[in-house]
Design a protein around this ligand. Structure first.
Ligand code: ADP
Ligand code: MG
Length: 216
């Protein structure tokens, strides 16, 4: 199955709603080991994304992702703005000129997005950041795709692995971002950015499932 540009915009709008619904939750997580603004930052960014895509005709998924990235970079004050913004802008290069994407495209897009986060933030796995949700999600997708699972199952594998990654962040010390100032005291707390990455991947799964079932 493939997803059209207009469906990508629908998914991004839904992500904006989910971020808004989870604004306080993301701020609470960030308050425990950071400065408590992650939900506010992400919400502000995705409100701008929604606005920027309002009149988009959906013809070019690369352009949609580029606009998304630019809206995030220019409207989010915290570290997450440039990080997610770069992720979407790198993803855009891969999707350039495409009117539809399939699951293989999505794996490549997500890999490019992770490359953007790593390039920007210089973090690796195990440093208690969004990378701990995104990187295992990509691995799980590749594995699920290789073993011949249906595209929707591949997306399910990505969000399940991301959630495991979120749980994993509770067990490790933050060595990047504001939470790293706490050192060992960051153990036991869940990373806010990993959680927003999970929410994004879960929303993609839920929406694609809805599209497939004819609900969206
Ligand atoms: P700030 O830390 O500037 O207040 P946010 O609160 O919006 O920004 O975002 C914090 C999140 O950003 C963290 O929970 C973490 O997941 C992510 N993060 C911080 N630094 C990095 C980095 N170098 N690489 C990847 N992700 C990072
Ligand atoms: Mg913060």
């Amino acid at each position: 199955m493939s997803i059209s540009g207009l469906q990508v915009i629908t998914i991004l709008n839904k992500i904006a709603n989910v971020i808004e619904e989870n604004k306080s939750y993301l701020c609470e997580l960030d308050a425990a080991i950071g400065d408590g603004d992650h939900g506010i930052n992400m919400n502000k960014g995705f409100i701008a994304v929604r606005e920027k895509l309002r009149d988009n005709n959906g013809n070019d998924i690369g352009e949609i992702l580029k606009k998304t990235g630019m809206a995030l970079v220019s409207n989010v004050g915290g570290a997450s703005g440039p990080l997610y913004g770069t992720a979407f802008m790198k993803a855009a290069i891969d999707a350039n000129g495409k009117a539809n994407i399939d699951v293989e495209d999505f794996i490549k897009i997500l890999e490019a997005a992770l490359g953007g986060v790593v390039m920007r933030g210089k973090a690796e796995r195990g440093e208690k950041t969004m990378i701990d949700a995104i990187a295992p999600a990509i691995d799980a997708m590749k594995e699920a795709h290789k073993s011949g699972l249906m595209p929707i199952e591949v997306l399910k594998a990505s969000k399940d692995a991301a959630l495991k990654g979120v749980e994993y962040t509770k067990t490790i010390i933050a060595t990047k971002g504001r939470a790293s100032y706490l050192g060992k005291r960051s153990i036991g707390h869940q990373d806010a950015g990993a959680t927003s990455s999970y929410l994004i991947l879960n929303t993609i799964y839920e929406e694609v499932k809805g599209i497939k079932e004819g609900l969206v």
